[in-house]
Design a protein around this ligand. Structure first.
Ligand code: SF4
Length: 286
């Protein structure tokens, strides 16, 4: 369905005001932790926070890039915060988490792209909750992929996520600071570096991508050994962001999910509200 300026009925959601939602809000706010849930205006915040799930955004909320689909601010970030790992660990304990998705802004200003901070957060959390499991959604580490993977290897195991976000034809408009092949290469290298790594990527639909181009991207992801896939509807997070070109119907997402399984992904989440961290803790989606 083409974007006519009105949100389709299947994309309307309520924000709950339950005690569980307020608890998540209170813990995160009290510890001064950033989340991608709020920074990206995620439409699932009500549902996820009510069920005690949130995705932590480390290394600040100022990004060194300016992707046109993203609501996170850009500019010159602050140096990494040495207290961050302990604050995230306290949050995990207070929320009794068993699975945590951690992401960050792009930190092209840092020699290691921020990999050391990911490692420190994981290790500190494990010090508090031994059997905790992690999923990382990392930037492309374009200037330091090998060094970053070497650092992260010391914090294995975790699901290694990196989003290609869209098809290559739309990179110059949607992800001008990134390169499609560099993103694929990171996923390939992560798999090669440690075969315990389950790799994952996500694509947003509705930015004007052609169906054949999406199929080719799914094949490209499989070609670099990507195991998991999340497909969701792009929603314009701010007035400055790219317009939605198309609202993809829920039935079409079901079709995409089936297609992804046929292409060999073993974990697939495909629905209008799917985001890379949405229900990420599920071991199986079949
Ligand atoms: S889908 Fe991810 S980013 Fe969105 S609210 Fe849930 S945990 Fe946060």
């Amino acid at each position: 369905m083409k974007n006519t300026g009105r949100l389709p009925s299947w994309l309307k959601r309520r924000i709950p005001a339950s005690a569980a939602y307020n608890h998540t809000h209170h813990v995160i706010g009290g510890l001064g932790i950033e989340t991608i849930c709020t920074n990206a205006n995620c439409p699932n915040q009500g549902q996820c926070w009510e069920s005690g799930t949130a995705t932590v955004l480390i290394l600040g909320n100022i990004c060194t890039r300016n992707c046109r689909f993203c609501a996170v601010g850009h500019g010159k970030p602050e140096p990494p915060d040495a207290t961050e790992a302990a604050r995230v660990a306290k949050m995990a304990k207070d929320m009794e988490l068993k699975y945590l998705v951690i992401t960050s802004v792009n930190r092209d200003d840092l020699e290691d792209g921020g990999a050391g901070q990911f490692r420190d957060v994981i290790k500190t959390c494990r010090g508090e909750i031994e059997d905790m499991r992690f999923e990382l959604l990392v930037p492309d580490f374009k200037h330091c992929q090998d060094a970053a993977l070497e650092i992260l290897e010391t914090a294995m195991p975790f699901v290694f996520g990196h989003n290609i976000e869209t098809v290559p034809a739309l990179y110059s408009t949607a992800r001008p600071g990134a390169d499609y092949r560099t993103s694929l290469e990171l996923l390939r290298k992560a798999k090669a570096a440690d075969n315990r790594a389950i790799t994952k990527s996500s694509i947003m639909l509705g930015l004007g991508e052609k169906e054949e181009a999406v199929i080719q991207s799914l094949k490209d992801l499989r070609e670099v050994g990507c195991d998991r896939l999340a497909l969701g509807q792009y929603l314009r997070p701010t007035k400055q962001s790219l317009e939605v070109v198309e609202y993809v119907e829920p039935e079409k997402f079901d079709w995409w999910g089936q297609k992804a399984y046929e292409l060999g992904f073993d974990w697939v989440m495909a629905s209008p509200f799917t985001r890379s961290s949405y229900h990420a803790e599920q071991d199986s989606t079949r």
